[in-house]
Design a protein. Structure first.
Length: 267
């Protein structure tokens, strides 16, 4: 019975090691983590809106500017046609004015056409327009500064979130590795218990072999990845191959039956 038990033990150890290797698969046993949010969508939409607004204002400024230059020329039918066309284009780009602004502008034009001096009618409006332009420039600079500040705060929070996710992933990997080690310990413990039972109630050699196999399986996750792992596995594989070879190629005892006649003394 010793040799079959040796073969059984070698096969059980090899199967255990192969099963254990599957526990160290490189594929993570973790659920997919949520992807961190980005500002690409919002930033892209805001950038497109700013560009469209700037393009519109630039076209309006070009049409109004050339209209101002044309108004200073000697007027003829063709010049008036071009002037009206440029102002119509600027009107299309700007859209409708606020009712209050439209009423004030209409009142101002009617006052000038009614005899009010141009300098008196437009001096105050020109000063207000200059102040409004400076106000818009200051507001735009403040907006850009606030946007940069908010973007920096968001980037900091995003980096913090990514670091937290990376830490959580590392903890999950560590927990998975500990779970793998526990599997090997439980499996090795069961083999050791079987070895103790076999040592007490069965062949002692078989029990010692099971104990050795149990200790080998339990220590497997601790030597995995170390420089000694290939040598240890090679030694166990060699011993297993030797054990299997001894069982397979051992010579069976030959039973010789000799039927010799009884030599009886001659009477």
């Amino acid at each position: 019975m010793g040799k079959p038990f040796t073969l059984f033990t070698g096969l059980l150890t090899a199967l255990t090691i192969l099963t254990g290797c599957s526990l160290f698969d490189s594929k993570p046993e973790l659920p997919p983590l949520p992807e961190p949010a980005t500002t690409s969508g919002l930033a892209g939409a805001e950038k497109d809106l700013d560009k469209a607004t700037q393009d519109r204002l630039s076209k309006v400024a070009a049409s109004v500017g050339i209209s101002y230059i044309l108004s200073q020329r000697e007027q003829d039918e063709k010049t008036n046609l071009v002037l009206r066309s440029e102002l119509q284009l600027a009107k299309t780009l700007t859209g409708h004015a606020d009712p209050i602004d439209w009423a004030l502008t209409k009142k101002r034009v009617e006052a000038v056409l009614g005899g009010m001096p141009v300098a008196d009618a437009y001096k105050k409006e020109q000063e207000e327009a200059t102040a409004l332009k400076k106000k818009l420039s200051d507001a735009d600079a403040k907006y850009e500064a606030e946007k940069a500040k908010k973007q920096a705060e968001f980037n900091a929070k995003l980096l913090e979130r990514e670091q937290a996710l990376a830490q959580e992933k590392a903890m999950r990997v560590l927990e998975a590795e500990e779970a793998r080690k526990d599997k090997f310990l439980y499996l090795g413990g069961l083999i050791c218990l079987a070895g103790v039972a076999c040592f007490i109630f069965g062949p002692k050699v078989m029990g010692l072999q099971l104990l050795a196999a149990g200790f080998a399986v339990s220590s497997f996750p601790f030597i995995w990845g170390t420089p000694y792992f290939p040598y240890i596995v090679g030694v166990f594989a060699l011993l297993g191959a030797i054990g299997v070879a001894r069982v397979v190629f051992r010579k069976k005892p030959t039973l010789v039956c000799e039927n010799q006649p009884d030599d009886k003394p001659a009477e």
